[in-house]
Design a protein around this ligand. Structure first.
Ligand code: ZN
Length: 574
């Protein structure tokens, strides 16, 4: 049999079980036909074969991003008010200028909806409604923070949601109040508070969602990503669900999606799970399936809503964060999902969240028996060593975001005061420990929390430091920050350096396996993708240099010259 396409003279890192290297790949009908030497690939070259001589460049399996929010994020980037890249010496003023410009440009939009402000730009009360009221007091303004866990709103949005100073605090969230006036200040934290407003925002038209997903996949392909886990699909978000499925059915996707149905502790949990199961059966296209269920065990430490074993250091009221689920309800929900053969995907930030979720997963395994379940945690900022061992024993995946395993602005302004010195400096983001415990570690951007750049994630996982290009982009214009590369340097507050402990750094080999095969495994795709082996789909990236042969500082700026999705060239710098 002859190939459609042959890549030769390459440094092919196959990520097969021996982590072997090859020189050439032959591809026919979307799949890999041959992997081996330049000499042996000749047999697959016929008159119609396209042959690309790669001149020593590196070939890897294409990357998997195991936890992100593609539809929502792409829609904000394409149609909403994006504050993600807005920076300035006066950060708050820079945000307000961007809001003002967007409001003027979109004068006929009934709502101003956006995302991307950083909580670290504001004080503990957060951004204020009055600043937005000055820009527009007639239309509601709703902006989600870049971590997705809070919302900045104006007075009109509060009015539509019927929130005033007497509104009781919701169970799973906080309505922030101005300490001087006792009025709601304009910050809503976590779903219990955010949904009071969010439920009134009109659902975006399906065509807009499709357009933004098509735009996003071009970006993902350019970063070398061809598989994504959509980590929070609402069972009522019909336009989003149908947008994915219709694009898949029409053969338009160059990214394959796996997805998780979001289960809320409010309302009938068993009924939500049944609805998710029924929906799962409807969507069977290889480019869009949803066989997983998403839970939040807690929220985030920067909103004081991540669940900790020891109280938050900056408060004197013994505050541990939010425990989203009661143990019994969580155990019932997990067992119901597991016994039906579906996956469980849990947002876990704090060490106490890890502990009670592991208890529920162990309970599930005890009642249902051990099976190839591939349940998973996402994020994991803090976890005790004995709980990391339990993760390995349970065979779960942890979707990590090495982008965050650094000392940045968040660290100094939020992590350090909230967690205290010991936890902030020495216990955040256990990483190498996960590999050592036998956890299936994967890489995730949590986009829009972080813009997906697998080579940046690989660098951060290996160094626990922000790459220079990210420093220049995000902090370069601000005079009060220094970028420090020496891991032993004494850091002054505000210095952006290496996050200890150093033995939590991972190797290049582990980072590459985590970014490819482990992501495939977590999504039950390891028979199809994740390594370069005969019979698998040809999802590949070509890099302009061999990551094993260059200085580590060059990894983030390495060019992704080509990306192939099922044998089709979907990105090229040529
Ligand atoms: Zn997420």
């Amino acid at each position: 049999m002859k190939a459609n396409l042959v890549l030769k003279n390459a440094a092919v890192y196959t990520v097969d079980s021996d982590l072997s290297w090859a020189q050439a790949i032959a591809i026919a009908d979307r799949k890999i036909l041959f992997v081996g030497s330049n000499t042996d690939v000749e047999a697959y070259i016929g008159p119609d074969t396209t042959v690309i001589d790669l001149d020593g460049k590196m070939v890897l399996p294409a990357f998997v991003d195991s936890h992100m929010h593609p539809a929502q994020s792409a829609h904000i980037y394409q149609y909403g008010l994006g504050l993600f890249d807005v920076t300035g010496e006066d950060q708050i003023q820079a945000y307000l200028n961007a809001v003002r410009q967007y409001a003027a440009k979109n004068s006929d939009a009934p709502w101003i909806v956006g995302g991307g402000y950083s909580r670290s730009a504001f004080d503990e009360i957060g951004p204020r409604k009055e600043w937005l009221d000055e820009i527009d007091s007639v239309r509601p303004i709703v902006i989600t923070s870049t971590d997705g866990h809070s919302m900045w709103v104006n007075s009109k949005a509060l009015e539509i949601a019927n929130i005033d100073k007497d509104t009781p605090q919701p169970q799973e969230g906080v309505i922030k109040h101005d300490p001087k006036t006792s009025e709601p200040s304009g910050l809503l934290q976590e779903p219990g508070a955010m949904n009071l407003v969010a439920q009134h925002i009109p659902e975006p038209p399906k065509e807009q969602i499709k357009n933004s997903l098509l735009w996003l996949q071009g970006w993902l392909n350019a970063k070398g990503i061809t598989t994504v886990h959509e980590a929070m699909l609402g069972i009522e978000e019909h336009h989003i669900i149908e947008a994915y499925d219709e694009l898949a059915q029409d053969g338009k996707l160059t990214v394959r999606y796996r997805a998780s149905w979001n289960i809320s502790p409010e309302g009938d949990v068993a009924a939500q799970i049944d609805q998710g199961k029924a929906l799962s059966k409807r969507f069977t296209h290889p480019h869009f399936k949803a066989h997983s269920f998403k839970f939040f065990a807690d929220h985030v430490t920067e909103e004081e809503t991540g669940l900790l074993l020891e109280p938050y250091a900056h408060r004197d009221d013994d505050w541990y964060g939010i425990k989203v689920w009661g143990d019994d309800i969580l155990q019932d929900a997990f067992s119901q999902i597991d016994s039906a053969g579906y996956q469980i995907h849990v947002h876990v930030i704090g060490d106490a969240a890890a502990q009670y979720t592991l208890d529920a997963l162990e309970f599930t395994q005890d009642v249902n028996g051990k099976r190839d379940a591939r349940h998973s945690f996402a994020h994991l900022q803090l976890a005790r060593p004995k709980d990391i061992k339990r993760m390995g024993d349970l065979g779960i995946s942890v979707h990590t975001s090495p982008y965050w395993m650094i000392i940045d602005d968040y660290f100094w302004k939020l992590n350090l005061p909230y967690l205290g010195h010991e936890r902030a400096f020495y216990q955040q983001y256990p990483f190498n420990s996960l590999f050592k415990a036998g956890v299936n570690v994967t890489i995730a951007s949590d986009f829009f929390v972080t813009e997906p750049e697998p080579l940046v994630a690989i660098y951060c996982g290996m160094t626990r430091r922000m790459p220079q290009l990210v420093f220049d982009r995000d902090y370069g214009g601000k005079s009060n920050y220094r970028s420090i590369s020496d891991p032993d340097a004494e850091l002054k507050p505000g210095d952006l350096g290496v996050l200890p402990p150093l033995d939590e750094r991972a190797s290049l080999k582990d980072m590459l396996v985590a970014s490819t095969l482990n992501g495939a495994y977590a999504n039950f795709l390891n028979e199809d993708i994740g390594s370069i082996e005969v019979g698998k789909l040809a999802d590949l990236v070509v890099l302009d240099q061999n990551l094993f042969e260059i200085d580590i500082e060059e990894i983030p700026t390495t060019q992704i010259e080509m990306t192939f999705f099922e044998g089709q060239l979907v990105h090229s710098t040529e």
